[in-house]
Design a protein around this ligand. Structure first.
Ligand SMILES: *[C@@H]1O[C@H](CO)[C@@H](O)[C@H](O)[C@H]1NC(C)=O
Ligand SMILES: *[C@@H]1O[C@H](CO)[C@@H](O)[C@H](O)[C@H]1NC(C)=O
Length: 259
């Protein structure tokens, strides 16, 4: 594909994004949208394809990705039917190398998984309420723990079923479920969830009273908390710091903070 064509493809893709998917003429390649198929949310709309060669092997995916200068992850994202080892790639077949995900707009005010994952974003009421699967704009609709997606902290960040923490993809607690995630991966308020030794994330009780670390150690039987001198995170090994090994997995939130 020549550079001019490529630039215009990118430009068209941008124009489409900002002009609400109104299609424009394209001198490079026609749109590949099957009009007969019901477009559901999450479907990939392909903008450009490359044809695989006569002979293919497990390197062909990487070769096609390289040819269009995209990452192999992107390539698999655009071609979800391909196996990760690329062994099911077919010769002389078109594969997608540029496109975007269509997001169905919740035009009738119904959103989320029961409604083809339609989004409230861009509609008049911008929060998808996970109790009713309707778009709304009240405090409760948009609150963490209730809002599924839209103009809110959605279900990819806050638990909408009260299940949280390392057992549940690192989801946080908030809203009606309470502010703390306990060691069992359940959200709640009060000492059973926020208390020392019980809380894994959220508004956990801190050990402020046990004294600042004089030597960079934390937790353990001295219960020292971390501080700006050594870094705020108390890692799994009982050392204060600000690196991944301190603030990442295993961080002991009660000895000050983990993010
Ligand atoms: C909706 O999104 C969820 C989470 O991404 C996904 O698991 C599900 O298959 C989607 N449903 C539809 C109908 O697209
Ligand atoms: C936790 O406290 C918050 C704030 O007071 C409240 O809105 C929420 O309903 C409470 N949740 C539970 C499960 O107690």
């Amino acid at each position: 594909m020549n550079t001019l064509c490529r630039v215009s493809t990118l430009f068209t893709a941008l124009a489409i994004t900002i002009s609400n998917y109104s299609m424009s003429d394209d001198e490079c390649q026609p749109w590949i949208v099957n009009e007969k198929r019901n477009i559901i949310s999450g479907q990939i709309i392909c903008r450009y394809t490359l044809t695989s060669p006569d002979e293919v092997n497990s390197n062909t995916c990487t070769e096609l990705a390289n040819k269009y200068e995209i990452t192999i992850e992107k390539f698999f994202f655009y071609n979800p039917d391909l196996d990760r080892d690329c062994k099911n790639i077919e010769p002389n077949t078109e594969y997608c190398v540029a496109g975007f995900i269509d997001q169905l707009l919740a035009k009738n005010g119904l959103c989320g998984p029961p409604h083809n994952n339609a989004t409230c974003k861009g509609t008049r009421k911008q929060c998808c309420n996970s109790e009713t699967w309707t778009c709304g704009d009240t405090f409760d609709d948009c609150r963490e723990g209730t809002c599924y997606e839209g103009s809110c902290h959605g279900a990819d960040e806050y638990a909408i079923d009260g299940k949280c923490g390392r057992q549940h993809g690192g989801l946080k607690c908030g809203g009606k479920w309470g502010s703390c995630c306990n060691n069992d991966g359940v959200c709640g308020n009060g000492s059973g969830f926020c208390g020392l030794g019980k809380c894994q994330s959220g508004l956990c009780e801190k050990r402020w009273l046990d004294g600042h670390s004089p030597d960079g150690t934390c937790g353990g039987n001295k219960n020292y908390v971390c501080n700006p001198v050594f870094g705020y995170c108390c890692g799994r090994a009982g050392q204060c710091g600000m690196e991944e090994e301190h603030c990442g997995e295993g961080c002991q939130e009660e000895f000050v903070k983990c993010d």
